[in-house]
Design a protein around this ligand. Structure first.
Ligand code: ARG
Length: 565
């Protein structure tokens, strides 16, 4: 149910009936329950434009409002606000419709678009780090969300698999006399050792340089070594994806090297269209207001990160036919994307109607507010971090005896991984994020455990009830009223979160919903003796719709629910 649009339409109809022409304006959620459910504040701006008294305008709208459907009451407040109340009967019947529908009465977009979500993007020469963790979690959620709303989502893992350092790495791999899976277990260490060899041994360094040229010119032996290196390295990332339960697969990998063949053409096109200038031997695009140019080719002929991204943009817009392209990448790359997007649009690599978005996120910090590192300053191994989450989650389960060993393992995984994901998704993505085990694994506050607990609690009601739900939803008191409005807002929230690419709008909503449900449940018992049958059936259905909404919301966040906790 697109609740807001529905109310906006009723207001629009009142405008038409009152013969007032105006630009589209939207209601907003009321800030306090005594102001009703929604508020229309457009009369003020309109009055100013028409040179009339806002209360007069508000009265005119109010007089023409239809109170036979969604709305039951309207009141003018202050200088000309219109407070609006939704009709309990209408709320009840809409909740009923939602609860009977698999998609909670959320219709897929009428005009879906192709959307590319570029996320994760680890570098094959290095260990995947916490920045990639954030990208993976946020990107996967965004992809799930757009997919749920009906868009045609194309996940793209733009892994860094090309560059001069690979000469050194494959030369070192060749020296190892084994298939590589052992020495590549710890990429960080492998890189350091290779670098050590490179710096100390001139013969090795020469070979490394020779191998760079050889991979670039397609030498089979070197390409095979390179391919082996990438396979093992990517395998490490896939272990992380598997543990994280994200949907990225090998089919989603379109690595930097994929665009190699297009790079000369990118430069040529820029040249032909008059965008290139030479500076210190390098080919650059200078942008107005930017001191630092976009370098697309170095003096020695080498291409850069930006050149590949221009080729990727061209491919995504023209071959994949994407109309929305989202880059879920660390905020520190904001300058890069701003420039690349501008060049791509100016030079018409991408049509003007394609939306290019850098979905930026902040840095992951430790409790002390420092960037997340190991004690000796190294990168935290993500796989260890995720394993630790599962161990800690297991510790936090009180009634361990209620589960079998394998149930306990599953539960710990669901809770632990859910907590890591939710903690990341529930903050404003652009802020830096403080990683805190205790907070994320708490049953209280805005956490995944709180939501999983609320869900499990509703399931336990149904286990005890163990009957057939019949009858209608009835909205009989203020809490039921608020709960039903909250439930019907779900689609609006999802749409907003999709437009803004901000998962935390969804987490905030789910938290508010669960909190409201807990209050409702405290005051409005369901299975308690003395509750009449009609009321019981109605409350059961509200509980059921709440559970379904939480489950669906968590599913979009890539988090599972549990039936028992
Ligand atoms: N590999 C890059 C990094 O680790 C992220 C890639 C992001 N995607 C892109 N198309 N540039 O910083």
């Amino acid at each position: 149910m697109k609740l807001k649009s529905h109310i906006n339409q009723i207001i629009q109809d009142a405008f038409t009936k009152a013969d007032i022409s105006h630009e589209a304006m939207s209601v907003s959620e009321a800030t306090k329950p005594e102001f009703g459910d929604y508020q229309f504040n457009g009369a003020m701006a309109l009055a100013k434009k028409l040179g009339k008294n806002p209360r007069v305008i508000a009265t005119e709208i109010l007089n023409h409002l239809d109170f036979t459907g969604a709305l039951s009451k309207g009141e003018i407040a202050g200088p000309g606000f219109i407070n609006l109340w939704l009709n309990p009967l209408w709320l009840a019947s809409e909740c009923q419709v939602a609860s009977l529908d698999e998609r909670l009465n959320i219709v897929k977009k009428e005009t879906p678009i192709k959307a590319v979500i570029d996320y994760s993007g680890p570098n094959m020469a290095k260990q995947m780090h916490v920045g990639h963790l954030r990208s993976t979690i946020i990107g996967d959620t965004l992809a799930n969300l757009l997919h749920f709303l009906g868009d045609d989502v194309i996940r793209q893992n733009h892994i860094g698999d090309w560059g001069t350092q690979f000469g050194m790495l494959i030369a070192y791999l060749e020296e190892q006399n084994e298939d590589g899976s052992v020495s590549l277990k710890d990429l960080e260490k492998f890189y350091k050792e290779a670098k050590g060899r490179f710096d100390e041994d001139a013969t090795f360094a020469d070979k490394a340089r020779e191998y760079v040229v050889k991979i670039q010119s397609g030498d089979t032996h070197c390409l095979n070594l390179w391919q082996k290196f990438i396979d093992i390295s990517l395998g490490h990332c896939e272990e992380v994806y598997e543990k994280l339960d994200v949907k990225l697969t090998r089919d989603d990998v379109r690595a930097e090297s994929f665009y190699n063949a297009q790079l000369p053409k990118v430069v040529e096109t820029l040249q032909n269209r008059g965008f290139l200038e030479e500076s210190n031997g390098a080919k650059c695009v200078f942008l107005e207001g930017d001191e630092i140019p976009v370098i697309v080719q170095k003096g020695d002929g080498g291409y850069l990160y930006a050149t590949t991204d221009l080729a990727a943009l061209e491919f995504r817009a023209n071959t994949l036919e994407a109309k929305r392209i989202c880059y879920v990448v660390d905020a520190r790359q904001a300058g890069h994307f701003k420039q690349v997007f501008t060049v791509a649009k100016n030079a018409e690599f991408v049509a003007s109607d394609v939306s290019l978005e850098h979905i930026a996120f902040g840095t992951m910090m430790d409790k002390g507010g420092k960037p997340f590192k190991t004690r000796d300053g190294g990168t935290i191994k993500l796989i260890n971090l995720l394993d630790e989450a599962v161990i800690k989650a297991k510790e936090s389960i009180n009634n361990k005896d209620d589960y079998s060993e394998s149930e306990l393992a599953d539960l710990a995984k669901t809770i632990g991984i859910g907590a890591v994901k939710y903690a990341d998704l529930s903050i404003n993505r652009e802020s830096n994020y403080i990683f805190n085990w205790d907070k994320m694994l708490s049953f209280e506050g805005n956490t995944s455990l709180y939501l999983q607990y609320a869900y499990a609690r509703i399931q336990s009601i149904f286990r005890r009830f163990d009957g057939k739900i019949e009858g209608k939803i009835l909205i009989n008191d203020a809490l039921e009223h608020r709960l039903s409005v909250m439930l019907l807002r779900f689609e609006d929230i999802l749409n907003r979160a999709a437009v803004d690419a901000s998962p935390n709008q969804l987490t905030t909503y789910l938290y508010e919903l669960a909190t409201l449900f807990m209050r409702f449940y405290e005051q409005n018992p369901i299975l308690k003796e003395g509750v009449d049958e009609e009321t019981k059936m109605s409350r059961l259905q509200l509980a059921n719709l709440t559970a379904k909404t939480i489950k669906q919301g968590l599913e979009i966040l890539g988090i599972k629910v549990v039936n028992k906790l």
